[in-house]
Design a protein around this ligand. Sequence first.
Ligand code: SF4
Length: 284
Amino acid sequence: MEIVVVKDAGFCFGVRRALDMAERAIEEAQLSATFGPLIHNPQVVEELQQQGVRVVEQVADMQPGETLMIRTHGCSPDIERDAQERGVVILDATCPFVARAQREAQRLCNESWQVIIFGEPQHPEARSIREHTGDSAIIVEGPEDLEELKLEDKVAVVCQTTQRIDSLNALVNALLPRVRLLTVSNTICGATTERQEASLVTAGEVDVMIVIGGYHSANTARLAEICSEVNPRTHHIERAEELQREWIAGAKRVGITAGASTPDSAIEAVHAALKQIAEEEPDT
Ligand code: SF4
């Protein structure tokens, strides 16, 4: 059985940068907590907790002088103000691509556009972008959410960085006949698009596709969705122990891809487990 790992599967630039920042701060004994789980990967969050880094949901849970890290998804401008008032030091690991989406939303809002964020209403990144518009932007998940919406003359679209480009197209097509002026800020991150495209190609070429990543990770869920569209034998798992032998019965080629918050160790563990199955069942 051949095992194909999608190029660039796993940690993206933003996540790697955030983890490097956290590692350096831990070495210097300067990291007390992260604002929400640092990445959508329970194993990594557990490791950080073992090193004494707490997860907090509000600045009020911090003591003056402690350091609070902002994760790749970013946060509301109010958090920085609250931290300053409380004497809490901020270590900002907001991914530069997310920061760009925040700035775009803020700018368009200031220029009196009705800002629509194409994203998931409950996702921390989409919420942080919205918070940069003073909570005035509207988050939509797709064209169906437009039906109830009162659209203004000037509408601007900004995207959560992990959206699919074809879904953005569908939203734009639905908006066009309904507005006079439309501007689209394509803030989808390049790493996300490339990973999605490479995963789609591999999924179409293998018998079984394994997608690794946290169940709460939006970009991993989207990868699984994309791969399932071309390969019904797609399985989303968080760790190697979840692999089931019957999934790969009769498979000659198995593909592996992973979300942006999946550590190399998780990919290697799945690779090793698949290799072991192939050796034990050479007919696979
Ligand atoms: S997926 Fe893109 S935007 Fe999100 S953290 Fe990674 S590099 Fe940044």
